[in-house]
Design a protein around this ligand. Structure first.
Ligand SMILES: NC(=O)c1ccc[n+]([C@@H]2O[C@H](COP(=O)([O-])OP(=O)(O)OC[C@H]3O[C@@H](n4cnc5c(N)ncnc54)[C@H](OP(=O)(O)O)[C@@H]3O)[C@@H](O)[C@H]2O)c1
Length: 372
């Protein structure tokens, strides 16, 4: 009886301590917007001081970054938005990481392309005037500082800044999913579900560059687009269910996850692989929680069958950006750009992306301010 009382009392004390800790941590959760002072050498950047939808994004003046000895200062000419940028909504599960009450990191964007304005003294691979593209946090701004040995490479001369800015996150997701997780091989039959979006339009072209026979799944309005980027076959999901045909595939690159484990297994060859890369277009839509649960179930269930169901998070690397630059240089991959917005219109750009029906990439052009 005494032990029971001690245990009950201890549990209450722990719960109370946790509640107090949470309350203090919640109210102490601040960000740079609360401490903002006038910038000495200002540049424009997109900030989100609060959690919320695209309407919370603001163009603000912040301090222009100064490169250290190992960095480049890049004048951003174009950037692009990704589903990842919608974490501005502050999903509850991620808040312990991102900031409980307010986002710790108020800057937005990853993909950029631009011109090198200055280099640190240890940088030998780049020089001022070089046109580059790559990925780094806070890319939705007039300038970014990037470490020369990270994910930044020279832009192919035949690509515009807008095209190059469309590449990093989406194309690397497609490349790593098909090559590293899907073990893609020439001659294979590959199906891309979600072929018309930011990642899908790269996946179709990259799969073709590996010498495979590609089937793209999209809706009626995107059939011509998906065919035009090289798909050998196109399935209109509004008219036909791709899991109910007689076709068998060696690799399914699935960006939607709207079919069950057994439905997809039925159309995979015995040693086939299903790469579960996403759960549909950007934003949170009806049925996504079920899709997420379905993907978890498929991951576990596939341990007991010959086909593999794998998931992953893409990583930006210089090596893979170099491969993509070569594919663009040779004309094997041409970024598909749906809409272009100005930096001051990022809220509208992200709002459009969030609808989940982008056709290729949504790109931001950064107006040139001649003051440096
Ligand atoms: N694993 C990773 O590291 C990683 C990295 C980046 C992205 N992702 C994920 O990959 C997914 C796609 O990203 P994204 O950038 O390509 O998004 P996106 O550009 O917003 O994708 C939009 C496309 O999805 C298509 N779509 C929506 N529902 C569909 C369905 N039922 N069947 C076929 N297509 C459908 C839309 O076509 P319609 O308009 O015709 O419906 C539209 O063209 C997202 O879930 C994203 O979170 C994962």
């Amino acid at each position: 009886m005494k032990l029971k009382r001690v245990l009950k009392w201890s549990a209450s004390v722990i719960l109370l301590a946790l509640a107090v800790w949470f309350f203090i941590a919640y109210w102490m959760s601040t960000n740079e917007c609360d401490r903002k002072t006038a910038a000495h050498n200002p540049m424009k950047a997109i900030l989100h001081c609060e959690y919320g939808g695209p309407e919370v994004l603001k163009v603000e003046e912040v301090e222009k970054p100064v490169p250290n000895d190992n960095q480049l200062l890049v004048k951003v000419r174009a950037a692009s938005v990704n589903p990842l940028d919608l974490t501005i909504r502050g999903p509850l599960l991620l808040r312990p990481l991102f900031g409980l009450r307010k986002p710790k990191d108020t800057r937005l964007g990853v993909d950029y392309a631009g011109t090198v304005e200055a280099v640190g003294k240890n940088v030998t691979q780049f020089k001022p005037g070089d046109e580059v593209f790559g990925g780094r946090d806070g890319a939705l701004a007039e300038y970014v500082c990037v470490l020369a040995d990270r994910a930044v490479v020279l832009k192919p001369a035949n690509m515009t800044f807008e095209q190059a800015a469309a590449v990093p996150v989406a194309a690397i997701t497609a490349l790593q999913g098909l090559r590293d997780k899907g073990k893609i091989q020439a001659g294979q039959k590959v199906l891309v579900n979600g072929a018309s979006g930011g990642v899908g339009t790269f996946a179709v072209q990259i799969a073709k560059s590996f010498g495979t026979e590609v089937t793209g799944v999209c809706s009626t309005r995107n059939v011509d687009l998906v065919r035009s980027i090289g798909a050998d076959h196109v399935i209109d999901y509004t008219k036909e269910d791709f899991t109910k045909t007689d076709q068998r595939y060696d690799l399914i690159f699935d960006l939607v996850g709207n079919h069950s484990f057994s439905e997809r297994r039925r159309i995979l060859n015995p040693s086939g692989i299903c790469v579960m890369a996403g759960i549909g277009g950007a934003g949170w839509h009806d049925g996504m929680a079920m899709r997420l649960a379905g993907e978890l179930n498929a991951y576990v269930a596939s341990r007991f069958v010959s086909q593999k169901f794998v998931a992953y998070i893409a990583t930006l690397t210089k090596a893979d950006l170099t491969i993509l630059a070569d594919l663009m240089q040779s004309g094997k991959v041409i970024p598909v750009i749906d809409r272009t917005y100005k930096l001051s219109e990022v809220s509208a750009a992200l709002g459009y992306l969030e609808e989940g029906h982008a056709r290729g990439k949504v790109v931001i052009t950064v107006e040139q301010n001649n003051k440096t």
